[in-house]
Write a protein that binds this ligand. Structure first.
Ligand code: GTP
Ligand code: MG
Length: 586
């Protein structure tokens, strides 16, 4: 017998032990080649996670809908959806039959994250209310449950029958690096490798649904204070550049609440709400986030590790949503970031090469520790995406239009000013002419490294609004103009040494790819090649080499490297070697 209960808090369940798969010869070789700590190699040694079982078909689709349309549709779906923590052994048919008492189900899926969870989307919103009315708060033997009515529920079996479970679980994690390497080593071309990487890492339909559902659950909690609020996902969850496992950036939108008081009324009267005033927008933001943070901490089912980071440049509440496994950042008064996400969504949808290249570059940067999940002097994924967009604007003919040209295509509906910043650009994808450029991903990958390996970072800034290099307005090592707040640099945090590391690695990767034009290892040789080769740890003595390198012109460096590597490269890929130790000494 099935019984649904409200979830009193976060329940810790035993993690599933997953069998490591038998290693093939290629895998063994790759593990030997990639044994440097702090890199892809380190991750490679971890046990393999199961790969996605559910094929959604979402992977190959490039969104053509307007961003706002897509967001509204997904939000409405999420409002008809519940999240249910299930017993390990459950009959899917009986479970669905039981829930169907409350109304027809549109779709559902199961996933595992410290236990088994079901995401169930009803056809009608009323079904959720009906299900909640039949749900009760649990009686705890030792603790007291704080009664809280949400759409995060727990299914209990009244009688412990031994149900035969044969549930298909949707995967919410990216493939292990070992699996990825295997896949890309067997690909037929670098284009194929980049497309494989994209397919394996991009957010699945289920993962996207889970992200919108999590926002919707948080919106219910925030609605206790602000009934008209909307919690919207932004950043990589929605800009088409998100990778499975990326954080969930949320924006608490109070515009609806604010607009209620500014709506025009007829006649000579104007009614206003009595409100409390504070000296600045920033203080208002801090106060709002402070109470929402408290509320999530005390009453939010599954919200753990709540941190209020209110003194940051952009105040936020950070927490883990345990059931979905998402690390969440909740902000408010951050509308420009939502607009940036919309702009990236458009760029990602305009040409199928954009996302493949961005995923490849992000993965390359992560593999070489150029990016990090910890804030610091590193380049961020957002900055890297801007660099790829800029590079694609610089191709001949351009693959992507400049932001200024997207602005000229805008109509009256697209007009948008946020805090005095002009955020106008065309929102309808069908009004943007596709590029006539037919360059392959392989060429673009090489040229990307070549371009930024030789970019005059010391004097030029990157600017996707105009799509051309400009003089840097200050001495920051890396200057990437914020597309909307044009006086700001989005990579102000990047140190000279991190930038130099990026440049050195870009030069090295350009060289490796160039080399392969003449000496591409055959598939049967079991050697990492193409994308796999540039994800490998770099040479151990690069630091000392860098100083010498800086003194020479790029061409001279490449020539010298070529000569020394020709003789060393093959030898250093021998099976007795623990590391990839291409010597670049000249
Ligand atoms: P992930 O690394 O996959 O999380 O990528 P992300 O794009 O989600 O980056 P992040 O979570 O760091 O930031 C979320 C969003 O905030 C970005 O997509 C941008 O829209 C915005 N953002 C991040 N950093 C900056 C910045 O330095 N300046 C501005 N203006 N916006 C930023
Ligand atoms: Mg993010």
């Amino acid at each position: 017998m099935l019984l649904i209960m409200a979830v009193p808090g976060a329940g810790l369940l035993t993690r599933l032990h997953l069998c490591a798969q038998r290693r093939t010869r290629v895998q063994r070789l790759i593990v030997r080649l990639l044994s440097c700590p702090g890199t892809v190699a380190e991750d490679l040694r971890r046990d393999e996670q199961p790969s996605g079982i559910v094929e959604t078909g979402f992977e190959d689709k490039i969104p053509r809908k307007r961003f706002s349309e897509m967001q509204n549709e997904r939000r409405e779906q999420a409002q008809r959806t519940v999240l249910i923590h299930c017993p390990e052994k459950i009959s899917e048919n009986k479970f669905l039959k039981y829930l169907s008492q409350h109304g027809p189900i549109n779709n559902h899926f199961f996933y595992e994250s410290f236990g088994l969870y079901a995401v169930v989307e009803f056809c009608r919103k009323e079904s959720v209310g009906s299900l909640q009315n039949g749900t009760h708060t649990p009686n705890m033997a030792m603790e007291t449950a704080i009664p809280f009515r949400s759409r995060f529920l727990s299914l209990k079996l009244k009688n412990q029958t031994s149900e035969q479970s044969c549930i298909q679980s949707s995967n919410q994690l990216p493939p292990s690096n070992r699996k990825l390497f295997e896949l890309i080593c067997y690909a037929e071309s670098i284009d194929d490798q980049l497309n494989t990487l994209l397919k394996e890492f991009q957010l699945t339909e289920e993962n996207t649904k889970l992200r919108y559902l999590t926002c919707s659950l948080i919106e219910d909690i925030a609605a206790a204070y602000f009934p008209d609020c909307v919690v919207r996902p932004f950043g990589s969850s929605v800009n088409t550049f998100g990778k499975l496992g990326c954080d969930l950036d949320m924006f608490l939108d109070l515009d609806e609440t604010r607009n209620l008081s500014t709506r025009k009324t007829s006649g000579n009267f104007l009614m206003e709400f009595q409100v409390k005033n504070v000296p600045s927008e920033r203080i208002a933001t801090q106060k709002i986030l402070s109470v929402i943070g408290e509320c999530l901490d005390h009453f939010g089912p599954g919200c753990v590790g709540v941190q209020k980071i209110l003194n940051a440049r952009c105040p936020l509440v950070r927490f883990s949503h345990q059931a979905s496994g998402f690390q969440c950042d909740l902000t408010t008064n951050n509308k420009i970031a939502l607009t940036s996400s919309e702009l990236l969504y458009i760029y990602g949808a305009l040409d199928s090469r954009v996302r493949a290249l961005v995923f490849g570059i992000r993965c390359w940067a992560r593999a070489h520790s150029l990016t990090s999940s910890i804030p610091g002097a590193w380049i961020t994924n957002f900055s890297l995406t801007m660099m790829v967009i800029f590079f694609l604007q610089r191709r001949s003919p351009p693959i992507l239009p400049t932001l200024d040209s997207l602005k000229t295509l805008a109509d009256a509906q697209d007009k948008c000013i946020i805090e005095g910043n002009n955020c106008t650009f065309v929102r309808d994808l069908n009004r943007i002419k596709p590029s006539g450029n037919t360059e392959t991903l392989e060429l673009l990958l090489k040229e990307f490294f070549e371009y930024f390996g030789n970019f005059a970072f010391n004097k030029n800034s990157i600017n996707i609004r105009q799509g051309k290099e400009q003089n840097k307005p200050d001495s920051s090592p890396l200057y990437i103009q914020n597309p909307f707040e044009t006086s700001l640099n989005i990579s102000k945090n990047v140190s000279q040494s991190q930038l130099q590391k990026f440049v050195d690695l870009a030069q090295e990767s350009a060289w490796i790819l160039q080399q392969e034009d003449t000496h591409r290892p055959s598939v049967s040789s079991n050697q990492p090649w193409g994308l796999a080769a540039i994800l490998l740890p770099s040479v151990p003595n690069r630091g000392s080499l860098t100083k010498k390198k800086r003194k020479r012109s790029a061409n001279e460096r490449v020539k010298n490297l070529l000569e020394s590597l020709k003789s060393n490269r093959t030898a250093n890929f021998t099976e007795t070697n623990e590391k990839r130790t291409i010597s670049t000494q000249t």
